[in-house]
Ligand binder design. Structure first.
Ligand SMILES: Cc1cc2nc3c(=O)[nH]c(=O)nc-3n(C[C@H](O)[C@H](O)[C@H](O)COP(=O)(O)O)c2cc1C
Length: 222
């Protein structure tokens, strides 16, 4: 039987599932929504489609979900950092257990939202997701796949606007730093450029989700 570990205390229904039999592979999928717009969120709409595809591809998967828009994490404090290593952080534990991580990232002021940043500040932990060495920092999170769904009012795909995008480069830098080298971005952008722009932009992202080659994006350790 796989072993289930409750993380986050009795008020959080998150289980990290660990295979205990040879040849048994349990998929842990972490789903992070982060929009403040609830059911009107473009990224939340898109992440539901990704999760539906993942659910169909991996029917026995253990799904862990956080909605940082509905239930924001508080800003990291010095006390939180001082307690690292002595107090378990369910946010970090979920991430470390996950094989695939689906992340919603609404663009706010050219970067990620403060809601998502509060989550990232709990993931980038020396000794847990990366370590310092004499040769420099080294990531420890190899083997995970990350799918990022962004939404933007403007369109940053044209070269003239690419330099204003501090969202995708930030997330790519962060995940590369902790050792995650398999990161897929799907953008719904230009949503606010005209009254008619939102539908086609979301449809384009939906087509990219439908075309995701899920078996090939996942390489679970045996
Ligand atoms: C506080 C705030 C800041 C925003 N800043 C930008 C921005 O810098 N560039 C942009 O293209 N859109 C910006 N937008 C528009 C959002 O990216 C857009 O509404 C997107 O759909 C949000 O994702 P969501 O629908 O999943 O919540 C901003 C929206 C808000 C609320």
């Amino acid at each position: 039987m796989p072993r289930q570990s409750l993380i986050g205390g009795p008020d959080l229904a998150y289980f990290v599932v660990t295979p205990t039999e040879p040849g048994v592979t349990i998929m842990n999928i972490l789903h992070i929504d982060s929009s403040i717009f609830g059911d009107n969120s473009a990224t939340k709409h898109l992440s539901a489609q990704v999760m539906a595809r993942l659910g169909a591809a991996y029917p026995g998967a253990n799904i862990m979900t956080r909605d940082l828009g509905a239930d924001p994490l508080p800003h990291l404090t010095g006390a939180d950092v001082a307690a690292r290593g002595t107090v378990a952080d369910p946010v970090l534990a979920e991430f470390k257990a996950a094989n695939i991580i689906v992340i919603c990232s609404p663009m706010y002021n050219f970067g990620i939202s403060s809601q998502l940043k509060a989550w990232i500040d709990r993931i980038g932990v020396a000794g847990e997701t990366f370590r310092y060495t004499a040769e420099g920092p080294a990531g420890l999170m190899q083997g995970k796949q990350v799918i990022v769904l962004t939404a933007r009012g403007s369109d940053f795909s044209a070269p003239a606007f690419a330099a204003m995008d501090h969202q995708e480069p930030h997330l790519r830098t962060f995940f590369a730093f902790i050792g995650v080298d398999d990161v897929t971005f799907i953008h719904a952008q230009g949503l606010a450029l005209s009254p008619d722009a939102r539908g086609p932009a979301i449809a384009k992202a939906e087509a990219q989700i439908a075309a995701l080659d899920l078996p090939s994006i996942h390489r679970i350790a045996a």
